[in-house]
Structure formats: structure tokens, C-alpha cells
Design a protein around this ligand. Structure first.
Ligand code: 5GP
Length: 377
């Protein structure tokens, strides 16, 4: 069975395998064959389009008594919700007057569709007898007194697709059945690059465009320092010296963010991971969640430009870690020795993309970064 699938804006996860569906259809066919094997007339198999096409098709291959096949199209669903109003979109393809009818439905949810159809066949179309045969039923939702004569499988109340069932007309052609995934996989992007490359400058635009939570470890730490927390005090002395704070501290802050931030499609990490050991830890953190790094976007500038940009930023923002040439040189050295090896690490995983932001205005570079994201997202 394949992995998760995306149809329009929603993600669906594997739910009922094809072989289980077929086993349920075998059972239904056995029961029908038993009930109709010496039927004095030819029953009508009524396929309710379009969802029941695969079910009816499989069922017909197993039915051993003579039967006529006709179809009708009804609709009560819009998107993932039943509207409560059943529409007869396309009439019966043949008269059922005086005939025994076996309705073949893909799924019975509230039962509005099937009961309206049954009544219409008996009262308006003059059918002699109507039986309901459905591949699936949601017993928690079905609230009608009418008996469901043949049922393949009972399922809980969740929106499913596949094997004929659609989400806004997509998904019918999947041979397995999928259920909507209320907690779809998140995206984990890493904005990478030397200090002063513009990670903080462009992160907001990327995060907004792709509905990501921007996590700047530097900013999280600076917030702790400003609040004067114990963690902040420890971090301050290290940051002032251009050194990295312990991995466990940074990773704890990041995991907390992954756990607590809701309503986003993913995260944009900025300033983490900064070394190979952090990258391995991040892989482990995501692996535990059944997820992985989506892509790494490297913003590239050369060392002269790093100096130029950081000196400029120091004047505007007054950041302690930008204060002196010595600190800047230290940070550049730390970047080359500890952080730069991550490029090969993520290249080897096929997850590294690079944008040249050495020249150009902020707007030009932002456009380049967003254009690169478009090729990845
Ligand atoms: P009811 O009238 O019983 O509430 O709904 C019956 C119809 O709604 C089905 O024939 C099917 O078209 C649609 N439906 C009900 N539940 C689901 C579901 O979980 N997934 C999909 N794709 N369609 C459903």
C-alpha cells in the first residue's frame, strides 16, 4: 500500500487495503448468491454513480444469478460534508417498474441518500422490492430505521476516499481506501548560511508565504537573556564570546516549539542546526515524530560581505555578538569549521539548495530566495 496521498488541500493516510475490500465484497456476493440463486425473475442491480462503480464492478464479477445492471446518479455531499439534501443528478437508465432492485452503494453515512433513493424506487418508480447493498456503513452516523440488507464493512465516522470514493472528484481511482489525516506531516525547512547572510531578513517572508513557524534559535535565546532567566544568563556569557550554547539547551527549545505551535504547515529553522551533531540530533527528534527535514536552503555570501553586513547591523541593532571585529572573526571561523560541513551532510541526503545572496538589494535577494523555495515546496 502506498504512503499518504494529497487530494486538493487535504492529506489522507492509508486505511483499508485492497485485499480487505475484496474479501468484504466476496462475503457480500456470497450472501446475494445465496438469496437470489433461484429467483423467479431477473433482479436489477442498480449502481449508484459514481462512487459505486468499483464496488459494483467487483460484485458483478462474483454474482452467479442472471441480473440486469442499470445506474443512477445521486448527490448529497459537498467536499467532506453531507448537505442533508439529496439531489437526483441523473435519472434511472432503465425503468424498474415491477422489478426487484438491489441498490449498490459505496458508503452509507447518514443514510439520507439511500433512504431517499429506496423511497423513490418504491413510491415513484413502482419497484416491487428494494434491497440495500453497501460496501461500507458508518453505524455511528446512520440514523434511519431502514434495514441495510447487505453490508461489506462497518467503519467509524471519518471521511474516507479511494475505491470509488472521492474528495471533490479526486481519489476515486485509488485501489485502497484512505482516511483523512487530521494531523498531516509537517514541513521542516532549514534556513542555512553564514552569519550576516540575511537569514533573519528573509525568514519572515518565507514563513508567511508557506504558513511556517519561524524558529530563530538566536532570537529564542536573546528572549531568555532579556528575561534574565537562568538559561539566559548561561547563554549570555557564551554568546558574548562568540561561542555556541550547549546543544541540549537549543534542542530542548526547538522540541518545545514543535510540540506546542499549532495551526502551521511546518517550521522554518534559522540558526539551527549549527553543527553535525545538532543535525544528527535533529534527524533523531524528527524521526521520533515520524517526520524528517524537508529541505535546507543555504544563503551564500563570502567572508568580506559577512564583515560588511555584520558591522552595519551592529550599528543599527547594537547586538553584543556583532560588537567587535574579533567577535565577528570568531563567528566566521566557527561557521567555517563547525557549520559549513552541514552543506555536505544535507547534499548527501539530497536536501540541499543554495541561493547566491552576495550581491543585490534585500528585495532582489528575497525574490531569489522565494523563487528557490518555489522549486522545492
Ligand atoms: P449519506 O446520504 O448516507 O449521508 O451519504 C451517502 C453519500 O455520501 C455516499 O454515497 C458518498 O457519496 C458520500 N459519502 C459519505 N461518507 C463519505 C466518506 O467518508 N467519503 C466520501 N468520499 N464520500 C462519502
Amino acid at each position: 500500500m502506498e504512503d499518504k496521498i494529497k487530494l486538493h488541500d487535504k492529506v489522507f493516510k492509508p486505511y483499508i487495503r485492497h485485499d480487505r475490500i475484496i474479501a468484504a465484497i466476496d462475503d457480500v456476493a456470497d450472501k446475494l448468491n445465496r438469496d437470489f440463486y433461484n429467483c423467479p425473475d431477473v433482479p436489477v442491480i442498480l449502481c449508484v454513480l459514481n462512487g459505486s462503480i468499483p464496488f459494483t464492478g467487483e460484485l458483478l464479477q462474483r454474482i452467479t444469478f442472471p441480473c440486469q445492471v442499470i445506474s443512477i446518479k445521486m448527490s448529497s455531499y459537498q467536499g467532506t460534508q453531507s448537505t442533508g439534501t439529496v439531489l437526483n443528478v441523473m435519472g434511472l437508465t432503465s425503468s424498474v417498474k415491477g422489478r426487484r432492485v438491489i441498490i449498490c452503494e459505496d458508503i452509507v453515512d447518514t443514510g439520507n441518500t439511500i433512504v431517499a433513493l429506496k423511497e423513490m424506487l418504491l413510491d415513484k418508480e413502482g419497484a416491487a422490492d428494494v434491497r440495500i447493498c453497501t460496501l461500507l456503513v458508518k453505524p455511528d452516523v446512520y440514523d434511519k430505521p431502514d434495514k441495510l440488507d447487505y453490508v461489506g464493512m462497518e467503519i467509524p465516522n471519518a471521511f474516507i476516499v479511494g475505491f470509488g470514493l472521492d474528495y471533490d472528484e479526486l481519489g476515486r481511482n485509488n485501489k485502497d481506501i484512505y482516511v483523512i489525516d487530521d494531523n498531516p506531516m509537517k514541513k521542516y525547512y532549514i534556513l542555512f548560511g553564514p552569519p550576516g547572510a540575511g537569514k533573519g531578513t528573509h525568514a519572515g517572508a518565507i514563513a508567511q508565504k508557506y504558513n511556517l513557524k519561524h524558529i530563530s534559535t538566536g532570537e529564542l535565546l536573546r528572549a531568555e537573556i532579556a528575561a534574565g532567566t537562568e538559561l539566559g544568563k548561561q547563554a549570555k556569557s557564551l554568546i558574548d564570546a562568540g561561542m555556541l550554547v550547549p546543544d541540549s539547551v537549543v534542542e530542548g527549545m526547538i522540541e518545545t516549539a514543535f510540540d506546542t505551535v499549532k495551526g502551521v504547515d511546518g517550521f522554518l529553522l534559522d540558526g539551527f542546526p549549527r553543527n553535525l551533531s545538532q543535525a544528527a540530533d535533529l534527524d533523531e527528534i524528527l524521526d521520533k515524530r515520524g517526520e524528517s527535514v524537508t529541505a535546507v536552503v543555504g544563503l551564500m555570501i563570502d567572508d568580506d560581505m559577512i564583515f560588511q553586513r555584520i558591522r552595519g547591523r551592529a550599528i543599527i541593532e547594537g547586538r553584543a555578538d556583532d560588537a567587535s571585529d574579533e567577535t565577528i572573526a570568531n563567528r566566521i571561523k566557527t561557521y567555517h569549521t563547525q557549520t559549513e560541513p552541514l552543506i555536505d551532510y544535507y547534499k548527501a541526503a539530497g536536501k540541499y539548495w543554495e541561493v547566491d545572496v552576495d550581491g543585490g538589494t534585500i528585495e532582489e535577494n528575497r525574490a531569489r530566495v522565494l523563487a528557490k523555495m518555489e522549486t522545492i515546496a
